[in-house]
Design a protein around this ligand. Structure first.
Ligand code: PA5
Length: 447
């Protein structure tokens, strides 16, 4: 069975097997907390058994809803931010043609665009301008149903859709994904009679890509969500043992051993431009889960070989507080050979006849060796191909490892108290009702 694999041999000159094994007790305890709900944040463990417990009825409902949107729309805007955005964006980018945005629309293949992931006035103006002659639909996603960024985007696009199509038709093209009962979006969806999906109370935003939050936009983009769930279910079963055969256990334990050895920053490295947003999703998952109590590895990401020409110098010779986790995709989808050229003025005939990916793989191997020699430990994650099943495996693997890793570190991996600070200030500055005292205080502070 093809599956993802985790290799740690290139960390061993920094942390030995013995040093990693010193964390065995903590890692075993952490895994137990994830599996049996005995740790802090245990009311947010709904994602743990989600793949094996996802029903055919739910998948059928998501696929049917996606098909209805695909039939009636040439463009679908997925509105959401953070965990209500990044998973779908990451998977759609990983599976899509790199130039899909520039190709004319294919019948039955709506373009999936995103909104509500920023507060860019120009972004929203240009999006609405683009949509003015489009048959568009909306998937609005917010677990809390109260997040400002998606609420602003939804207010604008809902008004535009109703204007372009009329109230009744607009209602048929809006799907809301939110809490079962709470929040402004739930009230609005009930009032308007939108089709809705529920985000379970016990699944946090950044762990929600394998729920309708991620699955509906991914299905609208034309990808096989059943294969994703199958892959995730395989990984769910393969990540329950408290030993190094469990890739999530191994990764969580190794990165914590590196952190204890002074490696404070982890760089997720890819050699495939389609994985850029996977890095963004991963950054949120680990950053929001572990960065608290003044602890936590700083997660960042690079896209190679592009970033070897920008960040390569720093990684090779900068401060030695970093380690890398490389995602290596084994097979490409298409073939492209480098042609021979009689004149050979560019001197490239030495690689004529080779696949482009063979050169890419040599860049990857050469870089890994150079970085390890330069004092940058490397964890290697191999992914058989950029396909739904393996992305399902990879997503679940990183989620499980994140839960284990956060508990090894000693934090509650499932809350995000620090995200509230900016919101309090923003609401105070905007004089939101209920924030009168804060408004007064912040105005005095910035005078
Ligand atoms: O992981 C999280 O909980 C957050 O990143 C949320 O997903 C993000 O803040 C969006 O929240 P909501 O879905 O409630 O709009």
């Amino acid at each position: 069975m093809k599956t993802i694999n985790v290799g740690i041999k290139d960390v061993l000159s920094t942390v030995s097997h013995e040093e990693i094994s010193k964390l065995d007790n903590k890692a075993t305890e952490a895994l137990d907390k994830v599996l049996n709900g005995t740790g802090a944040g245990n009311d947010f463990l709904g994602w743990v058994n989600l793949p094996t417990e996802t029903t055919d009825a739910l998948l059928d409902d998501i696929v049917a809803t996606a098909e209805a949107l695909r039939a009636s729309c040439d463009t679908v805007v997925a509105i959401g931010i953070g965990g209500s955005y990044l998973g779908a964006k990451a998977v759609i980018e990983a599976l899509s043609d790199s130039f899909a945005a520039y190709r004319p629309g294919v019948q039955g293949e709506p373009k999936v665009l995103f909104a509500g992931q920023n507060i860019g006035e120009d972004y929203l103006f240009e999006l609405q301008d683009y949509l003015k002659d489009k048959r568009f639909g909306i998937i609005v996603i917010s677990k809390s149903g109260t997040t400002t960024e998606p609420a602003i985007a939804f207010r604008l696009l809902k008004e535009q859709l109703e204007r372009q199509l009329g109230l009744e038709e607009a209602r048929k093209r809006i799907v809301a994904i939110t809490d079962a009962q709470r929040g402004a979006l739930r009230r609005l969806a009930n009032e308007e009679g939108y089709k809705t999906f529920v985000i379970a109370d016990n699944v946090g935003g950044r762990f929600s890509v394998l729920t309708p939050v991620g699955l509906l936009p991914i299905a609208v983009a034309g990808f096989d969500i059943r294969a994703m769930i199958d892959g995730a279910a395989e990984m769910e079963k393969n990540t329950n043992a408290a030993d190094a055969q469990n890739p999530a256990y191994l990764y969580a334990e190794t990165r914590n051993a590196l952190y204890a050895a002074g490696k404070k920053t982890e760089i997720l490295v890819n050699y495939n431009p389609k994985l850029h947003y996977f890095g963004e999703w991963w950054k949120q998952l680990y950053g929001e889960s572990e960065g608290k109590d003044h602890l936590g590895i700083f997660p960042t990401a690079v896209d190679n070989s592009t970033d070897l020409h920008s960040m390569g110098q720093w990684i090779q010779e900068g401060e030695r507080t970093i380690f890398e986790t490389v995602i290596s995709v084994q097979e490409t989808k298409h073939e492209k050979l480098i042609p021979s050229d009689e004149a050979n003025l560019d001197g490239l005939n030495y690689i004529a006849g080779k696949h482009v990916d063979e050169v890419n793989k040599m860049a990857e191997l050469g870089t890994r060796l150079a970085h390890v020699d330069g004092g940058v430990p490397n964890i290697l994650i191999t992914l058989p191909a950029l396909e739904e099943k393996y992305l399902g495996q990879l997503i679940y693997f990183f989620e499980k490892a994140c839960g284990i890793s956060g508990y090894i570190l000693g934090v509650n991996p499932f809350n995000q108290p620090g995200v509230e600070a900016y919101k309090r200030n923003m609401f105070a500055l905007l004089a939101k009702p209920g924030y009168e005292k804060e408004t007064e205080a912040i105005k005095a502070r910035i005078q």
